[in-house]
Design a protein around this ligand. Structure first.
Ligand code: SAM
Length: 278
């Protein structure tokens, strides 16, 4: 039998595909909770049945109001409330941070029960550097905003991780290839499910591969960090400059390419002048 939990808010990570990834502690917390808040009750019903959790379920999602949050917080003094999302770790591209803040501001205990997270699982599969990474969540769907968001992080010396849907994958990969240049990437799909796969290649290769047909299932894009200064060959620099010079003046092309490839501006500008004089 599960012992009752002390009152407070419990953030419980749930599987991202394989129910077997529900941790014993997560299951015990769900069984011990007096109420469970989920994004979508229908989605979570199967998981709660699997965990043997019988507490009443209510919804908490992106559109939950401040008043709904206050009502949850008001219960925390004498109830053990679990927050779960449709899959994975609550709060990671999912609702919850405002609730955590409100619970803590009201002096209630907040506990996390860590577990599956698609971003972290994708990083483990991608075979790209993991010492520094930047999680971008979902990039904006519209092309201009998406391009701006990618350009903003082009110079960051870290592996990039973002969530994406099948229908938008090709467009996002084309934008990543155009704005980040020659970097390695991985498309990690259906983690922990029957058709789990990790496809690796340069961003241009991946963009080409997925241009023809949108893949099914859930997807994480992982992009390796910019090439180290010494690793940018003359050929890479020339091809990036030629592409930029078709759109921009030599100084602006040099600035863009220097940022993108992480090469000194002086080197890029000198080469841009040579290329544009041809
Ligand atoms: N909170 C979740 C987590 O911890 O990973 C993420 C929630 S977010 C709303 C859903 C996105 O996560 C999907 O669109 C997909 O990009 C990614 N995702 C979730 N499950 C996945 C899986 N099994 N394989 C690959 N990506 C997954």
């Amino acid at each position: 039998m599960t012992s009752p939990l002390p009152a407070g808010l419990y953030l419980v990570a749930t599987p991202i595909g394989n129910l077997g990834d529900l941790s014993p502690r997560a299951a015990e917390t769900l069984r011990g909770a007096t109420r469970i808040f989920a994004e979508d009750k229908r989605v979570s019903a199967k998981l709660l049945a699997y965990a043997g959790a019988e507490a009443p379920m209510s919804t908490y999602h992106d559109h939950s109001s401040a008043a709904e949050r206050a009502a949850i917080v008001a219960r925390l003094g004498d109830e053990a409330i679990a927050l779960i999302s449709d899959a994975g770790t609550p709060l990671i591209s999912d609702p919850g941070y405002k609730l955590v803040r409100a619970a803590r501001a009201a002096g209630h205990a907040v506990h996390t029960v860590p577990g599956p997270c698609a971003a972290i699982a994708a990083l483990t599969l991608a075979g790209l550097p993991t010492d520094r990474f930047l999680f971008l969540g979902f990039l904006p769907p519209k092309a201009k905003a998406r391009g701006d968001a990618i350009a903003e992080v082009a110079g960051v010396r870290a592996t990039l991780v973002c969530y994406e849907s099948g229908p938008r994958l090709a467009g996002t990969l084309a934008a990543l290839a155009a704005l980040l240049g020659s970097r390695d990437g991985a498309i990690v799909r259906e983690i922990s499910k029957l058709h789990e796969e990790c496809v690796t290649g340069t961003l241009a290769e991946l963009a080409e591969r997925y241009a023809a047909a949108a893949p099914k299932g859930e997807i994480v894009i992982v992009v390796g960090p910019p090439l180290a200064i010494a690793a940018v060959s003359e050929a890479d620099l020339d091809s990036a400059l030629d592409e930029a010079l078709a759109r921009l003046s030599p100084s602006r092309a040099a600035a863009e390419v220097a940022e993108r490839l992480n090469v000194p501006k002086k080197r890029a500008y000198a080469r841009a002048l040579e290329r544009s004089a041809k």
